[in-house]
Design a protein around this ligand. Structure first.
Ligand code: GLA
Length: 418
């Protein structure tokens, strides 16, 4: 299955955000954008901190997205407008530097990668905006990178394929923004398909769409509201700790390249005692998470959401106790969810140290569950967690705005749309 040629329809969720970005572009730059691309945020059902260990992940694109409206300039200036932040940035193609504002880095990082590939760009006018809550662990930054990469690829007719764009967006995050993330977020944003999760093998990059038949259940995200400032440092530290485990195992098994090549027996009989308890715990978590994902996927295929939910709780336990990327707020949200009979499964999601939990909840009990958990969370932490019920949507695409339809295709310089 592929959504390579998909173009979002006008009934697309987020249409109001798209129009806001389109209109803001037109007002600010006093001309219409040539095209507008959208890219969604993502959830991850299970398989956390496994992508950079060359394991499996099970993300899906959601109905919250970023829009990037864009037009070529005749000079080498870069002029960006962040519609929701009501902020602007100006730079030049010849001098791409990190900005204290941070948000322009996601655009400049992508521009930088196109240039590094030897693909020539002109100056650009860009407006971005959308409805992905930032800092909630829904990968709004990956969505900006993917939408920008997709828009530039179309605007300049470069013909890079989706996987090349994913790698380019990830490289922008790694090299320009400076976060050493894995490939999951950008892959999910770019390759999402409605009502399907993506089982991605991060070693081979082979992937399979797994139908998500939620039936009478819904996906509920509960946002702790916590943004941990140490998160990216801790993230890179986890990577190093996993590499340390791999190095130790290579003394016994030289063929091991990553934790993906490691099984439970190797952890228990070889790694234990060779490395500190902390390194052992980190590696044990990753190996077990890969196994949980695989049995979890089988459960999804036979529509056994209750079995899948139990693997989610187990995943959280591992993330909290062995991998230690949770925080008291996330742990409490999961504990509260565990006490709700209508919650099939819950766990922290994404990098950790804050952001959201993902919960599978019976639709009929949604209101009650949100009410109960919110009340208890507020009593303990003084604030109500934001609740988002999300559906699974399509990956990155172009959008055709209604009133400026003829403007939505590259036509300057007499270039015809393919
Ligand atoms: C962040 C990273 C991803 C992944 C997750 C943890 O979202 O960007 O690459 O490593 O954390 O699963």
């Amino acid at each position: 299955m592929t959504n390579q040629n998909y173009e979002a329809g006008l009934e697309q969720p987020g249409y109001a955000s798209m129009l806001r970005v389109w209109n803001a572009f037109t007002r600010h730059f006093e001309t219409s954008p040539t095209l507008i691309a959208r890219s969604p945020g993502r959830i991850n059902l299970i398989g956390e901190h496994t992508d950079y260990n060359k394991g499996f992940v099970l993300p899906a694109a959601i109905d919250k997205q970023v829009f990037v409206a864009i037009r070529k300039r005749e000079d080498r200036q870069l002029r960006y407008l962040a519609v929701d932040l009501e902020d602007q940035y100006q730079g030049t193609l010849g001098n791409l530097v990190r900005s204290p504002k941070l948000w322009p880095d996601y655009l400049n990082g992508v521009v930088d990668q196109f240039l590094k590939k030897g693909l020539n760009l002109t100056g650009l006018d860009i407006a971005i905006g959308g409805d992905i809550p930032s800092g909630a662990g829904l990968s709004s930054s990956a969505a900006i990178e993917c939408a920008t990469a997709f828009a530039l690829n179309k605007l300049f007719l470069f013909e890079l394929d989706r996987l090349e764009l994913v790698r380019l967006a990830q490289a922008a995050e790694n090299q320009f923004v400076g976060v050493n993330c894995g490939i999951m977020d950008q892959f999910a944003s770019m390759f999402g398909v409605a009502d399907h999760a993506i089982m991605l093998d991060c070693k081979t990059l082979k992937y399979e769409y797994v139908p998500l038949n939620l039936r009478q259940n819904a996906i509920l995200l509960l946002d702790t509201g916590v943004k941990h400032s140490l998160a990216s440092g801790e993230y890179n530290l986890r990577r190093q700790q996993c590499e340390e485990g791999v190095k130790a195992l290579q003394q016994v098994y030289p063929q091991v390249e990553s934790l993906r090549d490691v099984n439970r027996a190797m952890i228990e009989y070889n790694l234990k005692g060779m490395v500190s308890e902390l390194i052992y715990n980190r590696c044990k978590y990753v190996v077990e998470e890969n196994l949980r994902l695989q049995v979890g996927c089988e459960a999804l295929r036979r529509n056994d959401l209750s079995f899948f939910g139990k693997r989610m709780f187990a995943s959280h336990q591992g993330l909290s106790k062995l991998y230690e990327v949770s925080c008291p707020e996330l742990d409490y949200l999961v504990e509260l969810a565990r006490n709700e009979p209508s919650v099939l499964g819950a766990r922290m999601m994404g990098g950790g140290f804050g952001g959201c939990t993902i919960n599978i909840v019976k639709k009929t009990a949604l209101e009650e569950v949100i009410h109960n958990i919110s009340k208890a969370y507020k009593d303990k932490f003084g604030q109500v967690p934001a609740a988002h019920v999300c559906s699974i949507s399509e990956g990155t695409s172009l959008v055709k705005p209604p009133l400026a339809k003829q403007e939505a295709e590259p036509k300057k310089d007499g270039v015809k749309k393919k």
